[in-house]
Design a protein around this ligand. Sequence first.
Ligand SMILES: Nc1ncnc2c1ncn2[C@@H]1O[C@H](COP(=O)(O)OP(=O)(O)OP(=O)(O)O)[C@@H](O)[C@H]1O
Ligand SMILES: [Mg+2]
Length: 222
Amino acid sequence: MRPSRFHEKGLYFIDELLAAAIGAGQPVLEPVGSMVINIGGGNTQAGVFSLGGLVCSGSLHNGGRELSRQIMEYVRKQYGIMIDISTAERAKMRIGSLLPQDMEIDQVTLNGRNMQTGMPDAAVVTTEEMREAINPVVTEIVDCIYQVLEQTPPDLAADLIENGVTATGGAVQMHGLIELIEERTHLKINLAKHTSDAVIRGVQKVMQDPSAWNGVFSDLLQ
Ligand SMILES: Nc1ncnc2c1ncn2[C@@H]1O[C@H](COP(=O)(O)OP(=O)(O)OP(=O)(O)O)[C@@H](O)[C@H]1O
Ligand SMILES: [Mg+2]
């Protein structure tokens, strides 16, 4: 690639998901297909890479934060109690798993404010209720990933069957989510070693030697 006027000034643009793929150690420059999913707080992205480029992708303006918001909404509607987002976030992490398990904590006490009396109050919510509350958003996330696979050319799909898919982003740590994606896609999903900071690690890697990564920079603004 011809050095652009941005590169001369030390400015480079890279797709966020591609940076996550590089940060997770995917062979994005190679003539093979690799797929990365990134489920963050507000966004879900999925893409297939080959020869340094994005072959097909999909995204959704929903992620881990929406799962917590659904728990807040459920407690408000069902119990008339307003809890704050950090309480919902902690509850989400205590669900244990999106899949029913034998050894799970079966209920959580959520402190908030009674919407009728205005007084402090608490709701005791079962993990089963919380799972049901977030299920529609979980389904949207899994569908988004599935749709990218549907667009994947067959030769690259064969590489994904062989090597699996790499998962990045904080919300992939939600227990059971990986298993649900595996169930729907029939692919092996490998959790990246550094799920939450794959993007920044990818950026660091390319900035250490930009000339070695020429093919991955976006030329949209050149
Ligand atoms: N152990 C965990 N279990 C479930 N969810 C988790 C866990 N750890 C982090 N999360 C969720 O991960 C999300 C944050 O992920 P991440 O740091 O990748 O987001 P972000 O990069 O800030 O957001 P985005 O990429 O969407 O703009 C939050 O919704 C948080 O609740
Ligand atoms: Mg992110």
